[in-house]
Ligand binder design. Structure first.
Ligand SMILES: CC(C)(COP(=O)(O)OP(=O)(O)OC[C@H]1O[C@@H](n2cnc3c(N)ncnc32)[C@H](O)[C@@H]1OP(=O)(O)O)[C@@H](O)C(=O)NCCC(=O)NCCS
Length: 160
């Protein structure tokens, strides 16, 4: 496999350990290796397995590595929430995020969702650039939301 070849598939419980390590590495900028922080704890393998029962999770895998992740949950009113998108830091900026996001949006559309929304921390300029490039627009701004001094930008996209 060359650096751009990977498979996108559904998360299974057997992926939890490797997925946990990848997510912890991808969000180091947020939790700063504080094992007590809510985000670090939310990526524990046991928690991922528990969350996978309520969320629809796709992962990107390359050989036996997990290099990408996206989760979502649908609503009865046709709007899907995307809690987490992440790409292994070693593989960022090679199109994996774009591919896994667009595959997820295509699945959501097929499932009858007409809109998707998500939150991005206001200091996360790479992600803000990424979502704007993918056609998301800003619909709101939540102050001191995911922690003191941590504002969240609310992005959405209609799946027309
Ligand atoms: C946001 C994230 C998922 C993007 O994934 P990625 O695979 O690196 O993104 P892609 O390679 O598909 O990039 C697509 C476009 O987004 C923009 N982009 C992505 N990363 C960027 C960065 N660090 N700086 C500026 N623009 C960036 C670029 O326009 C890029 O296109 P280009 O490379 O042709 O210029 C990734 O940076 C990540 O996992 N970040 C850590 C976790 C996180 O913060 N997730 C978002 C909040 S849920």
């Amino acid at each position: 496999m060359n650096s751009l070849e990977f498979e996108i598939r559904e998360f299974t419980e057997g992926d939890a350990e490797k997925t946990s390590k990848m997510l912890i590495a991808a969000f180091e900028w947020f939790h700063k290796n504080d094992k007590q922080s809510w985000l670090y704890r939310s990526f524990a393998p046991r928690k991922l397995i528990q969350n996978s029962k309520a969320l629809d999770i796709l992962i990107a895998s390359r050989d036996s590595e997990i290099i990408g992740f996206i989760s979502s949950s649908n609503s009865l009113f046709g709007v899907a929430y995307i809690p987490t998108v992440a790409v292994d830091p070693a593989h960022q900026r090679s199109g994996i995020g774009k591919k896994i996001l667009n595959q997820k949006l295509a699945v959501l559309k097929k499932q009858g969702m007409r809109k998707a929304w998500l939150l991005v921390t206001s200091i996360n300029l790479p992600a803000i650039t990424f979502y704007l490039k993918e056609g998301f627009v800003i619909e709101g701004y939540l102050r001191n939301h995911t922690g003191p001094g941590l504002d969240e930008v609310l992005f959405s996209k209609f799946l027309s």
